[in-house]
Write a protein that binds this ligand. Structure first.
Ligand SMILES: *Cc1c(COP(=O)(O)O)cnc(C)c1O
Length: 392
């Protein structure tokens, strides 16, 4: 059996052609593919605006900037995430406040967020960054209610969940990143994610004002828009109005994003199929717990809105299983080491023991191979090895 990773990209002939054509065009950095990708992506998630950027971390940073995060800001996020979800607050000088997870789903526990927010005067916290961890969507309708009561903004980290959805109180599907409840949402196009552009990211929003800020901050804070200029000296004239960055994504990568996005539904269907096979294999297997789906992600007729970026199981001897799988060429992975236990976050005052649910989850979790090109044979091999180790 050749090595089986926990996640990997799927590149087709159409993807290669699209990149080569753009490489031969007049535009290597900013060209027509950027806007085309943005429009297609906005349509896919059901948002008004999309801004393509160099990676998901840049997307988070721009969101924090656009919301005015600064030294006085306190922002709540989950310890079970990739550290970038928290780091964007630090880039702007703000304070990261973690809320522990719900152990049933490993998602941020909204009840705990409520306790935190209600224990402080209004204005103490600025915003929340929930994460659709593993592709499991957060119930943003619930979180929005709390946010509105306390004047908080919401940035949805949907890096794991393009195409995922939860069902709102009216029975309607609310797709991750559609901008209905969150002020902005971010996505990543890193190769292990659903849509791969090598490096790449996207911000979606329904708020025109935020959208305009994101465009400005993406390109050095520079504008050429005649309506925004304070002066105008001629055709060459532009103004740097804010301190922005170069967070642009090249046209070539957007061309790849467009062809990848065209196959997103296909990839999602395959991920759900793989999840069903794992679910059936591990149902009733003693010693193997499958991380639960947020009940809000299930429709009345049993369809799931879980986007299955990851398939997470929990076992008692996690290190033993991880090592055993590696010996058999299966490269399972751990998502995530709790952010607050990282040396950097310990350095700003957190310590082991602060978030017991997140730490307990971490001790047992393992992400099994999950990606559209995983073959049935490879998956059966993975299941067989997991069961053999767990004697299930
Ligand atoms: C991948 C990821 C990011 C960052 O995306 P990059 O494109 O790698 O910068 C942010 N948040 C989460 C939850 C991620 O998984």
């Amino acid at each position: 059996m050749k090595p089986i990773p926990y996640g990997r990209q799927h590149i087709t002939e159409a993807d290669i052609q699209a990149v080569v054509e753009t490489l031969q065009s007049d535009f290597l950095t900013q060209g027509p593919k950027v806007a085309e990708f943005e429009q297609a992506f906005a349509r896919y998630v059901g948002a008004k605006y999309a801004v393509a950027v160099s990676n998901g971390t840049a997307a988070l940073h721009l969101c924090a900037m656009a919301l005015g995060v600064n030294e006085t800001s306190r922002v709540i996020t989950t310890p079970i995430t990739f550290v970038a979800s928290a780091n964007c607050v630090r880039y702007c000088g703000g304070t990261v406040e973690f809320a522990d997870i719900d152990p049933a789903t490993a998602l941020i526990d909204i009840a705990k967020v409520r306790q935190m927010v209600e224990s402080k005067p209004k204005g103490y916290y600025s915003g929340v960054i929930p994460v659709d961890f593993a592709g499991n969507p957060v119930n943003l309708e619930q979180l929005r209610e709390l946010a509105d009561e306390h004047g908080l903004w919401i940035v949805e980290d949907a890096a794991h969940a393009p195409g995922g959805f939860f069902v709102d109180s009216q029975g309607k599907k609310q797709f991750c990143g559609n901008g209905r409840y969150a002020d902005m949402a971010i996505f990543s196009f890193h190769p292990v994610k659903h849509i791969a552009t090598s490096e790449g990211g996207m911000i979606t929003t329904n708020d025109e004002e935020l959208y305009k800020k994101l465009l400005l901050y993406r390109t050095h804070g520079i504008t050429r828009d005649p309506e925004l200029l304070q002066e105008n000296h001629g055709g060459w004239y532009m103004e740097m109005q804010e301190l922005g960055y170069n967070y642009r994504i090249p046209d070539m990568l957007c061309a790849l994003g467009i062809t990848q996005l065209a196959r997103a539904d296909e990839g999602m269907a395959r991920r759900k199929q793989i999840a069903r096979v794992y679910d059936e294999a591990f149902a009733g297997a003693t010693g193997i717990d499958v991380l639960g789906t947020n009940p809000a992600a299930l429709t009345a007729d049993g369809e799931t809105g879980h986007a299955y970026h990851l398939y997470v199981i929990q076992v008692q001897d996690r290190k033993g299983l991880y090592d055993f799988l590696r010996e058999h060429n299966i490269f399972a992975q751990v998502h995530y080491i709790p952010a607050h236990t990282m040396p950097y976050y310990r350095g700003v005052g957190y310590k082991k023991g602060d978030f017991p649910e997140a730490e307990g989850y971490y001790e047992a979790c393992l992400s099994l191979p999950m990606y559209p090109s995983l073959t049935d044979e490879e998956q059966q091999y993975v299941i067989e090895k997991v069961k053999a180790f767990c004697k299930a």
